[in-house]
Design a protein around this ligand. Structure first.
Ligand code: ATR
Length: 279
């Protein structure tokens, strides 16, 4: 760091568990960008001041995590089309004093899925388990890939109906009733778990019965603690291709890096430093 260092950070509450600082600082070092990235614990009542601080200090960019992704939007100057459609921002770019909000979670997930498991999603049938904030971003990004159909299933069915209905019908996103899930999963090319079922410490919990999966289909999980969930282990035993949640984290950060610097993100180095931090 010196007097030319461009400043970046992540705000959230809680934030001390975040692996974004090690990942982004490694990316800056790897690419020779003179940047520094830190984690800031910002409670909801200080959110507005924090964004004023970004302007005042001329931070070049900021990541935004729970619980600020929706509330932060009111303090920005412009919201990208994708972030508007998703209704949440996780990345801010400071363009000469104008703060522009993006959402890289969904597109980060899809880039990871395409790089690591299924390069061509067009014409595919996809099932999304869960109807929370994470599901929303992923649904929007998956729909951009031209799948044949996307089905949303959720423990609380009404939330799946509401979420699916909030997208334009051309995106072919529909809700599955609980009793129809098995037959939809049996036909699906990709099944992605966006719920917290299977997250540490409840590592044995399963979001669906893996015996429903079509062998050769992709089983995908947003959870990265553990790196391989019970859902993925059981799917693998069934002959499915598996895709864990670490890639989504890496690629959402990679997109942020690319928006801020205009350079390709050093994916391998970013993944390596995050993986090393788990042991
Ligand atoms: P996120 O932003 O990570 O998506 P969220 O908005 O709280 O978090 O959504 C959590 C999702 O996980 C919801 O779809 C939730 O289902 P409900 O809408 O029925 O609450 C799902 N979920 C959480 N715990 C679950 C469990 N034990 N079984 C099934 N679904 C669960």
């Amino acid at each position: 760091m010196d007097s030319h260092t461009a400043l970046f950070g992540v705000i959230g509450d809680p934030i001390r568990h975040s692996k974004s600082p090690i990942m982004l600082n490694r990316a800056f070092r790897e690419t020779g960008v003179n940047g520094g990235y830190a984690a800031f614990h910002v409670t909801p009542e200080r959110l507005e001041q924090a964004i004023a601080g970004v302007r005042g200090l001329g931070f070049r960019g900021l990541n935004v995590t729970i619980p600020h992704k929706v509330e932060v939007m009111q303090f920005l100057d412009e919201i990208s089309e994708g972030a508007q459609a998703i209704g949440a921002v996780n990345t801010i770019v400071n363009e000469n004093g104008r703060l522009i909000g993006y959402n890289t979670d969904g597109i980060g997930y899809v880039r990871s899925l395409k790089e690591e498991a299924e390069p061509d999603l067009s014409g595919k049938t996809i099932v999304v388990l869960g109807a929370g904030g994470a599901a929303r971003g992923i649904l929007w990004a998956l729909a951009q890939e031209g799948p044949a159909a996307i089905f949303v299933a959720n423990r609380t069915e009404a939330k799946a109906v509401e979420l699916a209905g909030s997208f334009p019908s051309a995106m072919r996103i529909s809700a599955v009733p609980g009793n129809g899930l098995q037959s939809v999963v049996a036909e699906a090319d990709v099944v992605v778990n966006t719920t917290s079922v299977g997250m540490s410490p409840n590592v044995d919990a399963l979001p669906i019965d893996p015996a429903w999966l079509k062998p050769g289909a992709v089983a995908s999980d947003l959870i990265y603690n553990p790196l391989k969930t019970a859902f993925l282990s059981r799917a693998e035993e069934r002959g499915c291709r598996i895709h864990g949640g670490l890639g989504m984290f890496v690629y959402q950060g990679a997109y942020a890096f690319e928006y801020w610097t205009g350079k390709p993100a050093p994916i391998a180095a970013m993944r390596e430093v995050v993986l090393a931090s788990f042991v």
